[in-house]
Write a protein that binds this ligand. Structure first.
Ligand SMILES: Cc1ncc(COP(=O)(O)O)c(C=O)c1O
Length: 377
């Protein structure tokens, strides 16, 4: 399937492009009507909203190319359509089997997480074309050993690898902020691993990655009212600007040192929520981002941008435990991170319906309340 996704030729056209999501009632009703003849569950993508988000992300990235984070999209047609837009290049995949599948048509796929899938490594090594297109993420010698055990260095093409650098930030009084990923945090750590890679047969060190989740994945305008919300927002603003400065210095030093050991094709950083600060770091050559294309409600708590709601799903109403309630079958997905309300699906349509605080979105059912007119189908 080919999606008709194009970018507006210039900013003036972009600014005057239709924004149907601004009229919430009409937007959601329109999508509901457009899918009325489908059996739910139904997922929809609003192309105008997707186009708006794709363009706004490019603007925020200020000329730094965006690598599409497939784990945030998981719809091949959307990934392909976005990749065809100027400014987007390559995919950040999340597993090696997925990367092998994508590499049939995409010539630059970085697996963003280390793999221990030996059969997929054997499949990669058996396919020269895939081996020239797919890059594996490593953060230790054990990752190299595992690849060697799957296929001996003399019996395979060179495996492209990238080193992941820890991008977390330790703030005074707040402790460590950011996800636990790589143990490689310093120039000494990174150069020791880089030397090991280049000294071994059967590997090519082609890139580095450092994902600053404490900036990209944390909204700086949390809900919680004037006292809690505003107070927390100030702390988050402070933390994120300190973290960006710390990382720019550390990432810059690490990248410069590793570049003396190997010729790096790319240095990947950031995510949707950090396009501005990551693109300001001169050591970064590309930014991985995906979730901003769909513009989930997680981003309602970010002050730097307002994506359009480009993706939604609808579930069938299967029973009515009370006149003003309706129970949906299933409940949707939960986003990564502490499972707080900002990670849950949000009911946007019909308006003024809400989940039950003691039940919320469940794997088999989600009761909603709030409107007498909630109807069963
Ligand atoms: C390595 C890496 N880069 C970037 C991202 C950002 O993705 P998104 O823009 O979809 O939030 C993620 C998300 O988890 C990630 O794991």
């Amino acid at each position: 399937m080919t999606l008709p996704l194009t970018l507006a030729a210039d900013e003036t056209v972009a600014a005057s492009a239709p924004r149907p999501w601004r009229d919430e009632q009409r937007y959601w009703r329109g999508l509901t009507e457009a899918t009325a003849d489908r059996e739910p569950p139904v997922a929809v993508i609003g192309l105008e909203a997707l186009r708006h988000n794709a363009q706004s992300m490019l603007r925020r990235a200020g000329g730094t190319p965006i690598r599409v984070a497939s784990k945030s999209i998981r719809v091949r047609a959307v990934q392909d359509a976005v990749l065809a837009l100027p400014g987007y290049a390559g995919v950040l995949a999340y597993t090696l089997p997925e990367a092998l599948w994508l590499a049939e048509t995409v010539d630059d796929v970085v697996v963003g997480y280390p793999t221990v899938d030996r059969s997929a490594i054997r499949a990669l090594a058996a396919d020269e074309r895939a081996a020239s297109r797919v890059t594996l993420m490593i953060d230790s010698v054990a990752h190299l050993d595992l690849i060697d055990q799957a296929v001996a260095p003399g019996a395979r093409p060179r495996i492209r690898v990238a080193i992941e650098l820890d991008a977390a930030f330790t703030a005074p009084g707040l402790g460590r902020l950011g996800v636990w990923r790589s143990p490689i945090a310093t120039v000494a750590d990174a150069t020791a691993l880089a030397r090991e890679v280049v000294a071994r047969r059967g590997f090519a060190l082609v890139g580095m990655m450092a994902y600053e989740s404490q900036i990209a994945g944390v909204g700086n305008r949390p809900r919680g009212g004037l006292v809690r919300g505003v107070g927390q927002g100030r702390v988050i603003d402070w933390m994120q600007s300190r973290s960006a400065a710390e990382l720019a210095e550390r990432r810059g030093a690490v990248v410069a040192a590793v570049r003396r050991i190997a010729e790096l094709e790319f240095v990947n950083g950031g995510g949707t929520g950090s396009l501005e600060s990551t693109s300001a770091d001169p050591s970064v050559t590309e930014i991985a981002a995906g979730s901003g294309l769909f513009g989930g409600h997680l981003f309602d708590t970010y002050s730097r941008f307002t994506p359009a709601p480009a993706a939604a799903f609808a579930l069938p109403v299967v029973r009515k435990p009370r006149r003003d309630m309706a129970t949906l079958l299933g409940g949707g997905w939960i986003a990564s991170g502490p499972p707080a309300p900002d990670r849950l699906p949000e009911v946007v349509w019909p308006k003024a319906t809400r989940m039950q605080p003691r039940e919320m979105a469940g794997e088999v059912q989600t009761p909603l309340s709030g409107r007498a007119q909630l109807t069963a189908r």
